[in-house]
Design a protein around this ligand. Structure first.
Ligand code: DAH
Length: 336
């Protein structure tokens, strides 16, 4: 037994100088002094020895325990006294970069659009997602039997309460609140009971523009959209109007930008047409002015609306609208 104690002491003395960090010191403590440690084992076995032997071995074992304890205490003291940069930390290692998030591509696109129109003097206006039929349809001159009110297109909450199907109701709310001149854009989320595919979602985003004053003309509309097209896609991009119909504008147009990707020659993005359809627009219908108590003899105005997803898909070359809502990090990180 005494032999074994001597061997343990030698082992401890040999191991102690190498224990220069907290982990190694703790390993020594566990090996010798913990509940199942070697010294503890000997001390616990003393009871089984003959009285004679017990005295001698007990003394040696206790000495060893003290030696180990003070050795460990000293090593810990030394460790504490050392400056941090000498504690076996390799301060030349490159740091670990913290993981950073970023703005969703839709939000980035929205901010870009807002910035462009603010530069042209448009203010921001917002309205509720849960909207009244009066604002979403009636004041915008939709007849009672218009197909857009159909249950298949509109999520109804109650008979006259619905999830807005476009951002145009914010035009009405804004004109109720302000007297002309009015110049606002109204970004926001809209809802339609659509069958979902690569270019349709049931929840998506629009940006609406409205400008009302005396003598606002179709030329102002075209100039504004052209300036917008050029800031977004470059100086050579042009705007095309084609006749269309919306209940709240007269005349109404659909507008397209010449394809910035091929310069109008025809490519995959513009489906070989040279043009990319962006949205709807027109001159505010006098019926809408009557609904908000504007004098249609005195004021004219233009309005336009476009889908923010559509713009983001062009800017970031994203082929499927559903990718925006899946939050796959590969797509999100690619746009940061
Ligand atoms: N609200 C229309 C839609 O959701 C888009 C639109 C068309 C907005 C013409 C307008 C406009 O302001 O003048 O399809």
């Amino acid at each position: 037994m005494l032999e074994r104690i001597r061997a343990l002491r030698e082992a401890f003395d040999a191991a102690l100088p190498a224990a220069t960090d907290a982990e190694a010191i703790e390993a020594l403590r566990v090996r010798f002094l913990a509940r199942k440690g070697e010294v503890t084992g000997i001390l616990r076995g003393l009871g089984q020895l003959a009285a004679e032997e017990r005295k001698e071995v007990g003394k040696a074992a206790n000495e060893l325990r003290q030696r180990v304890q003070s050795g460990i205490d000293q090593a810990l003291e030394q460790l504490k006294a050392q400056p941090a940069d000498e504690r076996h930390v390799d301060i030349t290692l490159p740091g670990r970069r913290p993981w950073r998030g970023g703005l969703h591509p839709l939000r980035q696109t929205e901010l870009r659009l807002i910035e462009i129109f603010q530069t042209m003097g448009f203010d921001l206006a917002y309205g509720p997602d849960v909207e009244l039929d009066d604002y979403n349809f009636k004041a915008l001159n939709f007849p009672d039997d218009h197909p857009a009110r159909d249950l298949h297109d509109t999520f109804y909450i109650e008979k006259d309460v619905l999830l807005r199907t476009h951002t145009s109701p914010v035009q009405v709310r804004t004109m109720e609140r302000l007297k002309p001149p009015v110049r606002v854009i109204t970004p926001g989320r809209v809802y339609r009971c659509e069958t979902i595919d690569a270019s349709h979602a049931a929840v998506f985003h629009q940006l609406e523009g409205l400008y009302v004053d005396e003598r606002v003309s179709m030329a102002d509309l075209k100039g504004t959209l052209a300036a917008f097209a050029r800031s977004l896609f470059g100086a050579r991009v042009g705007v095309r109007f084609r006749p269309d119909f919306f209940p709240f504008t007269e005349p109404s147009v659909e507008f397209a930008f010449s394809c910035a990707f091929c310069g109008g020659k025809g490519c995959r993005v513009c489906k070989n047409s040279g043009w990319i359809e962006i949205g709807g627009a027109g001159m505010v219908d006098p019926e809408v002015f009557r609904a908000v108590d504007y004098d249609p003899e005195r004021f004219t105005g233009f309005a336009f609306g476009l889908g923010i997803e559509r713009i983001a898909m062009l800017l970031y070359e994203i082929p499927d609208i559903r990718f925006f809502f899946e939050n796959d990090l590969r797509l999100l990180e690619a746009t940061w």
